[in-house]
Design a binder for this molecule. Structure first.
Ligand code: NIG
Ligand code: FE
Length: 406
């Protein structure tokens, strides 16, 4: 047999260099890779049909690349639902954070939770994401702050690949929040992360990326720059939470250091967009956090588009600012709140998300030679997946060439 699997009679929506719709096509898979893509007339059988061991008839429905969620904080313990109501009573995210709630309260819970329990809850969240078409996920640490707990989170994240047919890319979010005991000497903590923690995470190969939170309630541009420089020397790829709540000029600094992505960006200036457009950095937009925190300042979407900065869309799944474990729901927010159109959203959760993770040579589009991570939907149009995110439209998932049993 020449091929292992044929998916025929599908409407293929993908983004390569251009957006591409193949109204009626078939995809042949060999091993874990896409081996051939053909256009065909409806119901017409291929002569090479018999060369595939197995066939799926897509019945004219939609086939897309597996979705990629390129920014999550999915490994955590505890519950911060109360903060939503505190904010409704007038408290801000910043003031909750300053009095030890926010990220620090998740840190406390995550530090005392055993590996297995942390793993169980993460598996359940990742399964929820997978069922909605996500085949690759990025997971950040950052709810440990001490080295032991950061390592525990990264190991739990990586272990998800053994429980579920999902690829995980890990990010060490070393500078996420200021631990209580370093409140009056933040540089001491930053130095410890740079000199002691980063080399251990590198040595143990626990993360591909590093990330930090550069904002007025977290770390300064200068502190983050020192950390990113050291991380780069150690061979990490870079990301940054930048310009979420104020303009700290973090995004431009990170882009200049070669960051794969800068994320959030509500307060990014137009001038910095122009500079960033000269680099290869992806702008990752996180409409879940924008919505949940009732932010009113939109990221500079028109400018990002005008300067052709690649835009990715991600869930930011976390207990405090975006407790949403559904990429289709986030895609809906990207459309309704950020005004992005369906092709931009498709690109944002496939090819550009892959670029943000440095894996676009292997995944992110339906292309010969790429890994066969594919999703078949119970609809003909990607617009419908965006418009109606709670409809459970995902029907079949192919992960690395194999049909996933959900
Ligand atoms: O991406 N901004 C920093 N980190 C997370 C929030 C995490 C939290 O509040 O627990 C974010 O929004
Ligand atoms: Fe985040």
């Amino acid at each position: 047999m020449k091929y292992d699997l044929q998916i025929k009679n599908v409407r293929i929506a993908t983004v390569n260099n251009e957006n591409q719709i193949i109204p009626c096509g078939r995809v042949f898979i060999k091993g874990n890779k896409i081996a051939k893509i053909e256009c065909h007339e409806e119901n017409e059988d291929s002569e090479i049909n018999i060369f595939a061991k197995k066939a799926i008839d897509g019945k004219g429905l939609l086939l897309t690349p597996g979705l990629i969620d390129c920014h999550t904080h999915m490994v955590f313990a505890g519950d911060r639902s109360n903060e939503l109501f505190l904010r409704n009573r007038g408290e801000s995210y910043c003031s909750i954070t300053k009095r030890g709630g926010g990220i620090l309260s998740t840190v406390k819970q995550t530090q005392i939770t055993e590996f297995n329990l942390l793993e169980n809850s993460a598996v359940s969240r990742a399964k929820t994401m997978l069922k909605q078409g996500v085949t690759t996920i990025e997971i950040k640490s950052g709810y440990g702050l001490n080295l032991n707990t950061e390592e525990k989170i990264l190991k739990v994240a990586k272990a998800l690949e053994f429980s579920l047919p999902i690829s995980v890319i890990t990010t060490y979010l070393g500078l996420h929040a200021i631990p209580e005991k370093y409140k009056y000497n933040i540089d001491l903590y930053v130095n410890k992360v740079i000199e002691r923690y980063l080399p251990v995470i590198a040595e143990k190969k626990l993360a591909t990326f590093v990330d930090a939170f550069c904002d007025k309630i977290a770390f300064t541009k200068h502190q983050v720059e020192r950390y990113l420089n050291k991380a780069k020397q150690l061979g990490f790829k870079l990301k940054l939470h930048a310009e979420q709540m104020s303009d700290q000029k973090g995004a431009l600094m990170a882009a200049k250091l070669g960051a794969h992505s800068v994320d959030h960006l509500e307060y990014l200036s137009k001038r910095d967009c122009l500079e960033i457009s000269k680099m290869r950095t992806v702008a990752v937009l996180l409409p879940g956090a924008y919505y949940y925190l009732k932010e009113v300042k939109l990221p500079p979407i028109d400018t990002l588009q005008e300067y052709k900065i690649p835009i990715a869309i991600a869930s930011d799944a976390n207990p405090g600012t975006s407790p949403f474990f559904s990429l289709p729901l986030i895609m809906n927010m990207a459309c309704v709140i950020f005004g992005l159109d369906s092709n931009d959203i498709l690109k944002g959760v496939t090819l550009n998300a892959a670029r943000a993770l440095g894996i676009s040579d292997n995944v992110g589009s339906v292309e010969v030679g790429k890994i066969a991570d594919l999703v078949l939907w119970k609809t003909k149009s990607f617009e419908r997946v965006i418009a109606s995110p709670t409809e459970e439209l995902c029907s079949t998932i192919i992960k690395e060439g194999k049909i996933v049993k959900l």
